[in-house]
Design a protein. Structure first.
Length: 378
């Protein structure tokens, strides 16, 4: 049988939990998985050539889908820090390696600043959370020397919201909680969406996830956006993770796949509303090293109208230190259809329906810094 069957076979050896759905079962399996063992044999690896990946009868088929190459120019791709469009692969787009630094630096240094919202705001003042980078950079640069020091604020950062700020309690976006969406990230998102056939995509909301090696992202569906015909874009950096893509219902077993640094995932059409989760961030083979694509310094020949900028050596050292034991994921969403407005406040009746819906979207994480609400099965 194929590799997938091997993984499913191992799941059966886990202590059975009565009434457990197929997704949860695989979530638990990969949460406990041991890198470098047969545990990961069933995980799809988009970075491995199609021939080498194997296509046994039980293995999920990876299909190469067509990109709309004419809608993005090579120049605009370069401006966004991406490879020429002809090199993009629809099943696993690779960012232009040198420029992954730009996005990592933005996530750590710029997007984490006010007026954007982050998990630390709940327990800290605006002044304290004003500049996490400034407060953490020296700590991070001496990380190796002093392993037992208290965690810096950047290391306590779990999520940041951009644009229309997602409300974790109401599970809604609203017109009155909006701050300008970063223009460089909007530009990147527009290029990627256009190549996938979504011209006119608007980057209106972002959720940035900051994972440590023990962080997970619970099983959820992203349904709070009001226009599901628009794709959801997800960019991954740093350590690799196992991403589980399930079905419309949680009793469908998910397909596991690796998310490596530089991978871009576009959830659109049927897959826009599928269950998904991240049960595991994988430590690098050497313990604390960076993926090769992040290890090289930046080439300096950027176009004059580039939206990505070179990263200084000093900034790069801080990011490198952080990423050795972390993964950063940026998700970009269009919330409203063109011409659409937010509906009026929901009635008390509807509000109860929303909170009663069991979908969860949070980090369970041993560090006790969790997203707003804990779900009962977490
Ligand atoms: C999300 C999400 C996936 C990831 O933020 O909604 O599903 O790969 N992120 O971190
Ligand atoms: Mn999601």
């Amino acid at each position: 049988m194929g590799k997938m069957a091997a993984a499913v076979g191992s799941v059966a050896t886990l202590a059975a939990e009565p009434g457990e759905d197929a997704f949860r079962k695989l979530f638990r399996f990969y949460r406990q998985s041991r890198p470098g063992t047969a545990d990961l044999g069933g995980v799809i690896d988009f970075s491995v050539s199609h021939a080498a990946r194997g296509t046994g009868p039980g293995a999920p088929k990876v299909v190469k889908s067509q990109l709309n190459l004419s809608s993005v120019s090579d120049h605009d791709a370069l401006r966004a820090g991406l490879q020429p469009v002809s090199k993009w692969q629809a099943y696993g787009l690779q960012g232009y390696p040198g420029y992954q630094w730009h996005w990592v630096k933005q996530c750590l240094k710029l997007y984490s600043r006010k007026p954007n919202v982050c998990n630390l705001d709940k327990h800290m003042t605006k002044e304290e959370t004003q500049d996490l980078w400034e407060q953490s950079k020296e700590f991070l640069r001496c990380k190796e020397v002093n392993k037992r020091r208290p965690r810096s604020l950047l290391e306590k950062l779990r999520w940041v919201t951009l644009g229309y700020h997602y409300n974790w309690d109401s599970k809604r976006y609203s017109a009155d909680h909006y701050t300008p969406f970063p223009s460089d990230l909007a530009f990147l998102s527009e290029q990627v969406a256009a190549a996938c056939g979504f011209q006119g995509f608007r980057a209106e909301a972002g959720i940035l996830n900051y994972y440590r090696l023990d962080s997970t992202l619970g099983i959820h569906v992203d349904r709070s956006e009001l226009d599901h015909s628009r794709p959801l874009l997800s960019f991954s950096f740093g350590q690799s993770a196992i991403f589980l893509l399930g079905g419309l219902k949680r009793d469908e077993a998910p397909t596991p796949m690796f998310m490596h640094s530089g991978d871009i995932m576009v959830m659109s059409g049927f897959s826009r509303l599928l269950n998904h989760a991240v049960p595991r961030v994988l430590p690098s083979a050497e313990g604390d090293s960076l993926p090769g694509c992040l290890g090289t310094p930046l080439p300096a020949d950027l176009p004059r109208d580039s939206v990505v900028e070179p990263c200084s050596l000093e900034d790069w050292q801080v990011c490198a230190s952080y990423l050795k034991t972390a993964r950063v994921n940026m998700t970009v969403r269009q919330v409203l259809a063109v011409g659409q407005d937010f509906p009026l406040e929901p009635t008390e009746e509807n509000k109860r329906d929303i909170t009663a819906e069991g979908s969860c979207h949070l980090h369970g994480d041993n560090s006790q810094v969790k997203r707003a609400r804990l779900s009962p099965d977490y």
